[in-house]
Structures are given as C-alpha cells and as structure tokens.
Design a protein around this ligand. Sequence first.
Ligand code: F6P
Length: 319
Amino acid sequence: MKKIAVLTSGGDAPGMNAAIRAVVRKSIYHRLGIYGIRHGFAGLLNKELRPMELGSVADIIHRGGTILQTARSAEFMTQEGQEKAFAFLRKEDVENIVVIGGNGSFKGAKVLQDAGFNTVGVPATIDNDIPCTDFCIGFNTAINTVTDAINRVRDTATSHERIYVIEVMGRDSGQIALFAGLAGGAESIIVPEAPFDLGKVCSRLMRGVQRGKLHSIILVAEGAASGLHVGEEIERLTQLEVRVTILGHIQRGGTPTAFDRILASRMGSKAVDLLMEGWGGHIVGYHKGEIKAIPYEELFNSEKEFLWNVYDLAGILAI
Ligand code: F6P
C-alpha cells in the first residue's frame, strides 16, 4: 500500500483545511495510507508524523488556519537538516508527499523531489503570487475580507469627509490590493508591480474633493510602500485630513469562501491523483476552470502575470 503524507507550510491561508480534508479523504477512498506532518518541513526534523483517518478531518472544511499547523523552517534549508528529513521519511517508508503552501514551500518540495521522493504542491497563499495558476487557495477569502473592511472604512470616511489609506498584505505582490481595490471602489491602488507617483495620487484626490466627493480610499500593498508613509505624504501634499488603517493578519484568518473551499477540494483531490499516477514534481494549478498539473521546472521559470487590464480598469472606474 502506498503511503502519502501531507503538510502545510509558510503563511497559512483560509481553505488550507479544506485542502487537507480533500487529500485525506481522496487517499482513504483509494485505500492509501495517509499521514499528516505537523509544522511543515520542521515536522520532518522533529518527527511529527501521525496517521490520519476520516474523523481527523471532520468538521474542518469551513475553518480558517490549518489543523496541521504551519512553520517556516530555517533548519530544513541546511544540507544537514535535509539529510535528517530524508532519513526520517525513509525510515517511515513515506515516498509521497503533498505540500500545501506558497513559493517557498515549493522550493522545499523540490528538495524532496530531487532526493527521490514524489511530491506534489498545492498552491495556498492569500498573496496569490504563484505563477501558472490563476488563483491560489485563500486569495478569494482574503479579498472578500479586505472588501468588507473597505466598506466599513468607507462609512466612517464619508461621515467625517476624510481620506483613508488602507495598507493590505502582499509581500511582493499587489494582487490583494488590486482585486479588493477594484471590488471596493478605491480611488487609487498602489502595488509593487506598477510605478506610482504620489503627486498624481494627490491630484486625483484634489479633483475628487473639488467635485464634492465626501471621501477617498487609497489601497496600498505592503510590498509597494508603507501605508503610514503614504498617509503622511498625502497629508503633507494636500493639507487634507488623512487616516491610515493597516489590516494586517486579519486578512489571513476567517472562514473560507465557497470558492476557496471548492478550489481546495479540487486541488487536494487532484494532488492525490497525480501521486497515484506517479506524477511527482508538479504543482496543481487552476486555469480557465480546469485543474491542471504544472511541472516544477515550468513553475520556477515563470513569473506571476500581473493583470494590467484589471489595473487599468480600476484606474478608469475611479475617475
Ligand atoms: O502569507 C503571505 C503573507 O501573509 C504576506 O502577505 C505577508 O507579508 C507575510 O505573509 C506575513 O508573514 P508573517 O506570518 O511572518 O507575519
């Protein structure tokens, strides 16, 4: 009987639990031995492997976070740490591993793959910064959380006739700012992918004020600039009253949307199919409604596409 182990690594994302559930249940359906590794790659070093049963994943499809816990392991990045992990997996007779996480986690998956294990990656990160997949698990939930926050801020912004700068997550990526900014009707969206000019942001704000707009919302991705700095600069340049809200980790929690649960269920299930068919060395990706297998080589040689048409549209609609 083939043994499959599943781990979650890097920053957590809503829908990771739905993905774990799919991996576990699909494995049980195929009568495979299924194990959970706690604390990501660190769990391989600390020998945190435990058998999973149907009941292990009961009542988790709607929960944010990850029941397997997650971590970023510096030790696994060392050769000594990796040897320790290989030895542990060989001793436990685990040859197949599903890695649920982001770009960093897939580098870890490739280390295992190169050492002779079969690994499949399942993209889960609110940043949605993984190439070769339109969506990552957790992103849809995060942009809904941010859109809801924008709605709330908009109420108080209108009452006080203020400008609000809202800083959102996205270490190297403006995807959250872009999509939530479009959904929330932000006046300006500042992302690391596009050059920005605070002078132009301020001119747009002033035009709005002259037209009688009661509030303005500027969305800033943390990877582009600090929200506090942007707020101070806008106040200095316009002499208008500005408040800054940093949404932080609330964007990573919460019950996953139906979209993320469905995506996670389909991706987790496909990961097991790939391992059964001997297709290690791939991630699963979502493109045009289909779940596909993408080889690690293609993943590591691709860049995340930035949707300039969406960015331009957000600018046009915010005139
Ligand atoms: O998971 C991605 C992410 O949320 C980034 O958007 C953010 O910069 C980072 O993780 C924060 O990580 P930590 O959990 O270490 O604060």
